[in-house]
Design a protein around this ligand. Structure first.
Ligand code: GLC
Length: 607
């Protein structure tokens, strides 16, 4: 009780203040919540309580250069949870010690949005195993020094969730957990200001339920019913679901689609100030019950919308956020071969407080949306619509002599605003090269994949690999034959892990190249999230220059984003004695001035 009480007493005033403000001083509901969170504390396994205490003493535990993440679909990688447990050695060999398993809770077949339509927050999908399996996998991961991350799909439930079923059947209390309307009057008002998430695959933000003659809010797919967080019962119950998952041994809770959780008429229903009140309350509750657990916010928005989710130094919200704009800018750079925008983007991120930890990535399970800094690009005469068209043409291989093989996603017929899908390898030209049997092109593609990962590792924050990228997994076109998936091109990059491909020469080169990079990253603390980062002019628009400094150590890195050899203006001091190229181990002078296509240099000095 002591630990709980100590943490609770410190935070109760703020929690009460926020809760009462949001829920009209409903003290009965707050008491229920406080009582419930204590029960979750009581139920929390001892080993996790010990871990909480260790992490409380080392609050920066997740900011080091030794943390490397990987996200994966359990079924694609190893059939089920037991399979993952047996294959931990594989990810460990790569230096991965943080495992994000894609949604694995119960969701109806064919109407699951890849697991993002949860029908039971306390049950694992039967094909993947049981809650006991998840618990035992998490325990094994902890024994082996691996943290686990799981999605908490909090914006909506599946239409098959018990609350949804009751609501459909007419239960008044259950209906209050969602947004139900007798007719289209209010929904039509909402539609005036609320943009669409899936304009092609799921247009509109509401769905007509013919059986009960009601309209229900469905921001995402029609079978994903938005929860109403203005109802304190929803907040209380969902907090309990979150703590339940934390108690299974989940270290990082990914707050799925968090900007959407507060809805208000005549607003965009994104990033409402009350979303921040809710996230702050969740942070306080985790700090009381399970302070070793981190919140990772999924905010796929422009940087000015993302950063507020860190909260303030005194009142923090999320521990980590995705660096989505840098990811999109990276693929823009692959297409344009001009590093200017990326430089600007990296400089902006590095100017933010070092306490902000970003999760960096090249690809994930979702599409790439072209949320770039168009105001800045306009200075160079770049028009947003035309540029998106260029990026999509280039990355789908539709022109410009491009070897990329992506597919469009949600090609909005009105806004003409398509997004893009595809694996790192296919977008980098490996699929085309192998299809053509062109060895020269294949080598260039492999170098591109490795260069991109080296660049990923030298950004500020934690890198998150996408399972399959480490062996150059290409697009999977079989989704087109599946009636539940064919309309959603995100399945293009959600294919089964090709274990047999691992033996190919190309896969080995990528895997061992990446392993080398990850070992170097873990070894040198110049890669630490606390290191200072700046970009510099390499004298060549195709080559990105990044300088990292930490405790007297400096790394000057060069990344050639073009498919041709490039000359660079070496930083003066790189020629001095003491510098060494980390990846090849060559001495500075031996490196020269010419970089091969998609080349990388990590010039390091320990002086
Ligand atoms: C998040 C997920 C995405 C899903 C959506 C709805 O954005 O990343 O895959 O479709 O939430 O749950």
């Amino acid at each position: 009780m002591n630990k709980f009480k100590e943490r609770f007493d410190k935070r109760y005033d703020e929690l009460k203040w926020l809760y009462c403000e949001l829920y009209n001083d409903d003290m009965g509901a707050l008491d229920w919540l406080c009582h419930s969170i204590y029960e979750y504390y009581e139920e929390r396994p001892d080993y996790l309580k010990r871990l909480d205490e260790e992490r409380e003493k080392k609050p920066n535990w997740y900011k080091g250069n030794d943390l490397l993440g990987m996200m994966m679909y359990v079924n694609c990688f190893a059939e089920d949870l037991k399979g993952v447990k047996e294959r931990l050695d594989y990810i460990k060999e790569l230096g991965v010690n943080c495992l994000h398993m894609m949604p694995l809770l119960e969701s109806p077949k064919g109407r699951d949005d890849g697991g993002y339509a949860v029908s039971d927050f306390r049950k694992v999908q039967p094909e993947l195993g049981t809650m006991e399996d998840l618990k035992s996998l998490a325990l094994e991961c902890h024994k082996q020094g691996i943290s686990c991350c799981l999605d908490f799909v909090m914006n909506h439930t599946s239409e098959e969730h018990v609350w949804a079923k009751a609501a459909r059947a007419g239960d008044y209390e259950a209906r209050k957990r969602y947004f139900f309307y007798d007719n289209w009057d209010i929904p039509n008002e909402y539609e005036k200001t609320v943009p669409q998430v899936f304009p092609t695959t799921a247009p509109g933000n509401f769905t007509w339920l013919d059986d009960c003659k009601q309209v229900v809010m469905t921001t995402f797919y029609p079978y994903q019913w938005d929860l109403n967080y203005a109802n304190c019962v929803v907040f209380n119950d969902m907090v309990c679901n979150m703590l339940f998952l934390a108690n299974q041994g989940i270290d990082i809770i990914r707050l799925d689609a968090v900007p959407y959780i507060w809805k208000e008429l005549y607003a965009s229903c994104r990033n409402h100030p009350k979303v921040h009140t809710i996230v702050r309350m969740m942070r306080l509750i985790c700090e009381i019950v399970c302070p070793g657990v981190l919140l990772l916010g999924e905010v796929v928005m422009s940087p000015d919308k993302v950063v507020p989710y860190f909260g303030t130094v005194q009142k923090p919200e999320c521990h980590m956020l995705y660096n989505v704009t840098t990811m999109a800018s990276t693929w823009h750079t692959i297409a344009t071969k001009d590093v200017s925008l990326l430089r600007r983007q990296l400089d902006q991120v590095s100017a933010l407080p070092k306490d902000y930890v970003f999760l960096n990535y090249l690809r994930c399970h979702d599409d790439i949306g072209w949320g770039l800094d168009y105001d800045w690009l306009a200075n160079f005469g770049i028009d947003e619509a035309a540029h998106k068209q260029f990026l999509n043409d280039y990355l789908t291989g539709a022109g410009y002599n491009s070897s990329s093989r992506g597919e469009l996603y949600n090609n909005d017929p009105v806004l003409k605003d398509a997004r893009l899908c595809g694996t790192t390898a296919s977008l980098s030209g490996l699929e085309a090269a192998q299809f053509e049997g062109n060895r020269e092109k294949e080598k260039i593609a492999i170098d591109c994949i490795l260069m991109l990962h080296a660049y990923l590792f030298s950004q500020s924050g934690i890198p998150m690999l996408y399972s399959g990228d480490e062996i150059g997994q290409v697009n999977d076109y079989t989704y087109k034959e599946d009636m539940h998936k064919f309309a959603d091109s995100r399945y293009l990059h959600r294919g089964r892990f090709p274990w047999q491909r691992r033996e190919s020469e190309a896969a080995k080169q990528i895997f061992y190249g990446l392993r080398n990079l990850s070992r170097l990253r873990a070894k040198y603390d110049v890669f630490n999230a606390k290191a200072s980062l700046s970009t510099f002019d390499t004298g060549n628009i195709h080559v990105l220059g990044i300088k990292r400094e930490y405790h007297g150590h400096t790394m000057i890195a060069y990344y050639n984003f073009s498919s041709e050899e490039q000359w660079v203006n070496r930083q003066e001091d790189a020629y001095k004695e003491g510098y060494r190229e980390l990846i090849t181990g060559k001495d500075s002078k031996a490196v020269g001035d010419n970089m091969c296509a998609y080349g990388v240099w990590w010039m390091f000095t320990s002086e």
